[in-house]
Design a protein around this ligand. Structure first.
Ligand SMILES: [Zn+2]
Ligand SMILES: [Zn+2]
Length: 247
């Protein structure tokens, strides 16, 4: 990974029509990636028992591989890497492991979107205070990392408070001890920390993101990635010029 040359910074978090919440055909990203001289990493959702939809939301891996292999076998740039965004929940560790087993996956993201009862971005979270949710969210994140220590990247660390009105000072008070523990876990397992463009710019949490990245560096973290979390081509590499300053 290149930390200081803009040309070589990949977008490590991109969704396509293999995700339950995207309709963007993966081929639509090709020209954009080619224009910036970068390879592509697609990371569609693997979300067992998704409280948002009430079902298991899983990508059709075989069909996905066929589409990607077709692009790669044409031998043109960009190369497409096969990734997955693993959505952890407390009940489905075994089913997630079963799904992953035997598959050749280039990049694994780990996300905590829900606590087994509700997604942290469901309406139910809107009525909560930060103090109601922070311990639950980060304790789940710690468990998720220990259950899946061989992932590559931990995504959007502030997802749990996206719908909650919390300023930086309150967030620091509630979250700092948790984040120090979690960042140490990342270092132990050689997992990178993602800087998520949606966190920073779609959900107004840029201050939290900057604080988290500074804390991660303070405790010795050295692996950072940028992820647009694009669900459509217009979001690909969203505001990377700005985010690159944090690397
Ligand atoms: Zn996510
Ligand atoms: Zn995502």
């Amino acid at each position: 990974m290149c930390y200081n040359c803009a040309m070589n910074i990949k977008d490590w978090h991109v969704h396509t029509d293999f995700s339950f919440d995207s309709t963007e055909p993966l081929e639509n990203y090709l020209a954009l990636a080619e224009a910036v001289g970068e390879d592509l990493v697609f990371t569609d959702h693997l979300e067992f028992s998704n409280p948002y939809s009430g079902i298991d939301d899983l990508p059709d891996w075989q069909a996905f591989c066929e589409r990607v292999d077709k692009i790669n076998s044409a031998g043109k740039s960009p190369h497409v890497y096969k990734g997955i965004e693993i959505g952890w929940n407390p009940a489905d560790g075994e089913r997630i492991r079963e799904w992953l087993s035997g598959k050749s996956i280039d990049v694994k993201l780990l996300s905590v979107h829900n606590n087994g009862e509700y997604d942290y971005m469901d309406d139910v979270a809107r009525g909560l205070k930060a103090s109601d949710i922070v311990d639950d969210y980060f304790n789940n994140m710690s468990i998720a990392i220990e259950e899946f220590p061989d992932v590559d990247i931990l995504t959007h660390f502030e997802y749990g408070v996206r719908l909650i009105d919390v300023d930086l000072e309150e967030f620091k008070q509630l979250a700092e001890a948790h984040l120090r523990r979690i960042f140490a876990q990342l270092t132990t397992h050689d997992i990178a920390l993602e800087i998520n463009a949606k966190s920073a710019f779609a959900y107004g949490n840029y201050e939290l993101v900057k604080y988290g990245v500074a804390l991660y560096k303070e405790v010795g973290g050295t692996k950072l990635t940028l992820g647009s979390d694009a669900h459509r081509v217009s979001e690909y590499r969203r505001q990377f010029d700005e985010l690159e300053k944090l690397l």
